[in-house]
Design a protein around this ligand. Structure first.
Ligand code: NAD
Length: 348
């Protein structure tokens, strides 16, 4: 097996992680070199023992290079990707692949023309918490899911420098939003029916520092997707309701619970509880006889790891796990989120 030789473009937070770990420690691909426009980053890469290229042109001219990984700020993804495809290189691009459907269509057209592979690193399809929810959905462990809440909450504002600026593709919809929306569309096997979104600007940046969006699917499932960067306490990462139960995943530590309804003709009524200044049976916990606590599902992917799949796709051995049509659907949803928030209206 010949490993695919990658050059990592952009040796920042994510690029250096690809170079050292994701590509660097993978059995299917290898880090052949690194290039950054910032001399200090190149110096750091040299000190770490990487083969550092002098220019992007030099990377593309090197016949030993099979593929490049683009991990620069979002605004330059498109140009770098198109140049690489024309130079006969395969490309893996960081998310968001670009900032509009129209730009992505141009990129895919060049990939088709040149016959090179273009894949987007939507790595959170492999997150265990997401895969657990996917198992609940697919195997109907708590019946059919009809409501889903997926959130990430931080208290540290927008990170870094370029993420604060619209011209670089900053803001949280394009940062964390693209992950959560990609997971959602990968999960739900039904077209989007409507979108409503509200963006947050509490930190005073010219880009959104978080958002809440409500996405309804043709099959009736309603999803609430939320990103916050001013949340000193977190809400659960996932809260999902099915026709026969409820599940919750608290955080990345995968703590959580699944409560399934016991389906029986002998219904045991709940005991009313004191709630504030009143008594309630409606809001009382269900009687113990009527519920069954279950363990969260395993959350095992039935598809190959990301770079193994890249290797398979480049060698014509498999379909991509992250398909370009799916990436396009997410970009379209993002455009609808911006449109909804701007007009304060539901987009159908
Ligand atoms: P960063 O600012 O830490 O690093 C970006 C690097 O790109 C910098 O070193 C910069 O000098 C370099 N650069 C800028 N323009 C360049 C050019 N034309 N040619 C070569 N190098 C150039 O940013 P980051 O946090 O590493 O984010 C980079 C990309 O990775 C973004 O698209 C981001 O959305 C994505 N990302 C993905 C994940 C994930 O989980 N998939 C996580 C973090 C970031």
């Amino acid at each position: 097996m010949k490993k695919i030789k990658f050059v990592v473009i952009g040796f920042g937070g994510m690029g250096s992680y690809h170079a050292r770990d994701l590509i660097g420690k993978n059995e299917f691909v290898e880090t052949y070199g690194v290039y950054d426009i910032d001399g200090a980053k190149n110096q750091q890469a040299t000190e770490e023992g990487f083969n550092v290229f002098e220019s992007y042109e030099a990377v593309l001219a090197d016949e030993q290079v099979d593929a490049i990984l683009v991990a620069t700020p979002n605004d330059v993804h498109k140009d770098l990707v198109i140049q690489a495809l024309h130079a006969g290189k395969h490309v893996v691009c960081e998310k968001p692949v670009t900032m509009s459907v129209a730009d992505f269509d141009e990129m895919v057209e060049v990939a088709d023309e040149t016959g090179q592979t273009l894949m987007v690193h939507q790595n959170r399809r492999w997150d265990r918490d997401f895969l657990m929810i996917r198992e609940l959905y697919q195997n109907q462990i708590i019946g059919e899911l009809f409501q889903l809440e997926s959130r990430v909450h931080g208290a540290n504002g927008i990170p870094g420098d370029w993420r604060h600026l619209p011209e670089y593709g900053g803001g949280m919809v394009l940062d964390w939003g693209v992950h959560l929306l990609d997971q959602l569309l990968f999960l739900v096997d039904s077209p989007v029916k409507s979108v409503y979104a509200d963006l947050s600007y509490v930190l005073g940046d010219p880009v959104d520092d978080g958002f809440v969006s409500f996405i309804t699917f043709e099959n009736g499932l309603r999803a609430q997707i939320e990103v916050g960067t001013s949340n000193f306490m977190k809400l659960p990462r996932w809260y999902v309701k099915g026709t026969q139960g409820t599940a919750l995943i608290q955080d990345w530590d995968l703590s959580g619970q699944v409560i399934k309804q016991v389906v029986t003709d002998e219904k045991v009524e709940p005991t009313p509880i004191q709630a504030g200044q009143g008594l309630t049976k409606t809001m009382a916990p269900p009687s113990e006889e009527m519920i069954e606590p279950l363990a969260l599902p395993e959350g095992i992917a039935e598809f190959p790891e990301f770079y193994e799949n890249v290797y398979q796709v480049i060698n014509g051995l498999n379909e991509p796990v992250v398909k370009n049509q799916e990436v396009r659907n997410v970009l379209q949803l993002i455009e609808e989120i911006f449109e909804s928030a701007e007009g304060n209206r539901v987009v159908n």
